[in-house]
Design a protein around this ligand. Structure first.
Ligand SMILES: Nc1nc2c(ncn2[C@@H]2O[C@H](COP(=O)(O)OP(=O)(O)OP(=O)(O)O)[C@@H](O)[C@H]2O)c(=O)[nH]1
Ligand SMILES: [Mg+2]
Length: 297
């Protein structure tokens, strides 16, 4: 018998959804930072085995109070994961006080598919905190199962996978068995650059940036084949452009070096990375920009 299904991870920003996705598939696919709203798209990652295919979705953290159209689009990606889940993983942690809208409670309780409450970051929580969080959630939502894990330390993640497989029913492979994501190499390259922006810059800067890879070419160099990548960093205001660049170009140089190293690891190839900064005022509220950056259809 061949089993398959869509297993969708949702939850508030920063609870560790992307860390869990990567732990489940055993690869660094989704970017992870200690800043909320790191993930902006729905990203599919597939586990392919002879007798099953699990299609996981990582989603943006649900934003309670979206300020920009971009954030509304991010929420739509998260909510879309409620619609096609064969199994839903609702991820939470014990770090931030629990919070959920009545609307989402209702949506969760109306779902027919099994839903598992996953309490993450058990490495930094005690039993009492986990018990309290579990009680708070179980009073609101009728979860089928609860489990505590540490996605970062991969504790409890194998047991979670076993639980998930137990919920999957007989079905065909939805994707070719050699495919492990729905996103392109260009997408992951732009995500790696964005991850470095989130790590290296402060306050509003990372949230004002978008990264677009506009050229990706294999070339011969003296030291062998090399991928030449050109990417634009879009910022919201002129002042942000000079912050990204830094004094004498020092900040963007550091960004380029760090991003290139991780891109080389990801692509397993030598990379030449060229970054350009462009200003596009209020792009986060501009339909045309949002469309061309993949936030709107
Ligand atoms: N201590 C601890 N930290 C964790 C664990 N899992 C994730 N983190 C940290 O929590 C932070 C957020 O992790 P992400 O995986 O980016 O969280 P996310 O839910 O995908 O966040 P958004 O994409 O912003 O919605 C990072 O600093 C992670 O290292 C865990 O099990 N234990
Ligand atoms: Mg994420």
């Amino acid at each position: 018998m061949h089993k398959s299904g869509f297993v969708n991870i949702i939850g508030k920003p920063n609870v560790g959804k992307s860390t869990l996705l990567n732990a489940l598939i055993g690869e660094k696919l989704s970017i992870i930072t200690n800043k909320p709203q790191t993930t902006r798209h729905r990203i599919i990652a597939i586990i392919n085995e002879e007798d099953y295919q699990v299609v996981f979705s990582d989603t943006p953290g649900i934003i309670t109070d979206p300020h920009y159209k971009m954030q509304t689009a991010m929420n739509s990606f998260a909510y879309s994961a409620l619609e096609d889940a064969d199994v839903l993983l609702y991820l939470t942690d014990t770090v931030e006080p629990p919070e959920i809208s009545d609307e989402l409670v209702q949506q969760l309780n109306n779902m027919e598919s099994p839903k598992i409450l996953v309490i993450n970051k058990m490495d930094i929580s005690n039993t009492e905190q986990i018990g309290e969080i579990q009680k708070w959630w179980m009073d609101k939502v009728q979860f089928d199962q609860v489990c505590a894990i540490s996605a970062m330390e991969k504790v409890g993640t194998n047991e979670l996978l076993t639980l998930i497989l137990g919920h999957l029913s007989e079905g065909p492979a939805y994707y070719p068995k050699d495919q492990f994501t729905d996103k392109s190499e260009r997408f992951f390259v732009s995500e790696i650059i964005r991850e470095k922006i989130l790590q290296l810059y402060h306050q509003e800067i990372p949230y004002s940036c978008e990264v677009i890879v506009n050229s990706f070419k294999e070339r011969e160099s003296k030291s062998g084949p090399m991928i030449h990548i050109m990417a634009d960093i879009i910022v919201n205001r002129k002042t942000q452009k000079s912050i990204i660049i830094g004094k004498g170009g020092s900040a963007i140089k550091k960004l380029g070096t760090e991003a290139r190293k991780d891109i080389e690891t990801f692509l397993e190839q030598k990379v030449f990375l060229e970054l350009h900064v462009k200003v596009k005022e209020k792009w986060r509220d501009d339909d045309r920009s949002l469309k061309s950056y993949g936030y709107l259809q």
